[in-house]
Design a protein around this ligand. Structure first.
Ligand code: DLL
Length: 430
């Protein structure tokens, strides 16, 4: 059953979804970019969208469309109504810029507050926001959500790890919000600091902004003694809070102000339960409404009632970004596959790097993995056995031959924000 049919079965009728979708179509139609591309398929007014199938004929919006209209060309409100700008963290070319009206900011805060409430955050909690503050949406997105909820915010931003730990203890932080890779680094630094876990009151983690595996969650939960929840979002749609898990930790609930679809590589709709690229439409945003935005994130959608009682769309954890996919000798490789293999083989830390290079005409993949302290002090023979088992496991999962390079504990650079997992030297080598 495809998503269009499925939506008819839900507690929200097709007509209710369409109401929100038409509202966004109405908002974007005065913008030349949309006028042109929608006009080309005969859509000149929101009423032309009579069904979800009509909606699915609308052209997709891409990051390139945002870049072409840099910086404010896709805003739907006059600049005097915009109160905040954020921009993507992209490393190449122009950033993608998004603008919010004050109503957008307050809606965003309410969405994040609701979601945090669902995972048990209350007014009594002390939330250490260790996502970066600035053009990146992580810091301020969580910050406003916590204030809306009435929790105490510690706006520490990312970095300065020793200070993070000291304040975590001294302020009695109960909730930590940061990227999963930084959470792991904090856990590791805690083990080396003079602070014991018993001195901390930490109980909940709100981790996202980068892909992470179930194995990584287990590590973080065990090492920090908390429940770690996955939060998803992207600046083009709003920022953190497009979706967040519930205590069942069985999929992320997509907030009802967004309409999700899953498409295959050619842009055709996929059925509920099938993996593909997530496409999102905002239903209530004013400053920067966005229609059918290609997130480039790979996931699976589900619809129904969760064991927590909530009815609606859920998505599986994002396994990878389409952009992060490496093609090595014709085979698709994702960093998350390597992470899975490392975490399911004992003796290694989930700190790793995929280095791709060309030897002759052949692509080669070297996986650098950190050995943990215990196995580092093992006999050489034992270490070699471990390496061999990991080697086999990675090759089984990826289906290509790779080189494994074990590196000393703590030698792979730690991240304070989004982790870098891949170094692709192929283009540079020409
Ligand atoms: O990363 C917003 C955010 C901040 C989300 C804090 C969660 C927490 P961008 O910098 O625009 O915004 O990057 C968006 O990050 O398209 C995904 O590829 C990735 N991403 C975000 N959350 C997750 C997650 C923020 N939970 C891009 N799992 C998205 C996997 C994620 N990937």
């Amino acid at each position: 059953m495809d998503i269009v049919d499925k939506a008819k079965e839900t507690d929200r009728t097709e007509e209710q979804w369409l109401k929100g979708l038409r509202k966004t179509v109405d908002r974007v139609l005065p913008i030349p970019h949309y006028q042109e591309s929608y006009g080309a398929i005969g859509i000149t007014q929101a009423e032309d969208i009579k069904s979800l199938s009509d909606f699915q004929r609308l052209p997709l919006t891409t990051k390139e469309d945002l870049r072409r209209n840099y910086p404010f060309g896709l805003f739907a409100e006059p600049m005097e109504n915009i109160v905040r700008l954020h921009a993507s963290s992209g490393t190449t070319g122009k950033p993608t810029v998004v603008g919010y009206t004050s109503q957008d900011i307050s809606l965003w805060a309410k969405i994040v507050a609701n979601e945090l409430r669902r995972i048990g955050v209350t007014r009594k909690d002390v939330v250490q926001v260790a996502y970066g503050y600035g053009l990146f949406t992580g810091g301020m997105g969580l910050h406003y959500g916590c204030e809306e909820l009435g929790a105490i915010v510690v706006p520490i931003s990312g970095g300065n790890t020793a200070r993070q730990l000291m304040l975590m203890r001294d302020f009695g932080t109960t909730v930590l919000a940061c990227t999963p890779s930084y959470a792991l680094y904090l856990a590791e630094s805690l083990e080396e600091s003079g602070i014991s876990r018993d001195e901390l009151k930490l109980k909940i983690g709100v981790f996202g902004a980068e892909p992470w595996t179930e194995g990584m969650r287990e590590q973080i939960e065990a090492r920090l003694g908390i429940k770690a929840y996955d939060i998803y979002g992207l600046s083009e749609i709003m920022g953190p809070g497009v979706a967040l898990e519930c205590p069942a930790q069985n999929g992320l609930h997509i907030d009802e102000h967004f309409y999700p679809e899953i498409l295959d590589g050619e842009g055709n709709p996929l059925a509920v339960g099938e993996q593909g690229e997530l496409v999102i439409t905002s239903l209530e945003k004013q400053g920067f409404p966005v229609l059918r935005y290609r997130t480039k994130d790979l996931t699976t959608l589900h619809y129904g009632k969760c064991s927590c009682g909530q009815v609606g769309w859920t998505m599986d954890r994002v396994s990878a970004r389409v952009d992060d996919m490496l093609i090595i000798r014709g085979v698709n490789v994702f960093p998350s596959q390597v992470e899975e293999a490392i975490l399911s083989s004992g003796g290694f830390e989930p700190h790793y790097l995929l280095v791709v290079y060309r030897a002759g005409n052949l692509d080669q993949l070297e996986v650098q993995v950190e050995v943990n302290e215990t196995s580092f002090s093992d006999e050489v023979r034992e270490l070699e056995d471990r390496q061999q088992r990991l080697h086999q496991r990675i090759e089984e999962i990826l289906g290509i031959s790779v080189r494994i390079r074990l590196v000393e504990p703590k030698s792979i650079p730690r991240s304070e924000g989004k982790a870098i997992r891949v170094i692709d030297k192929r283009n540079k080598e020409g």
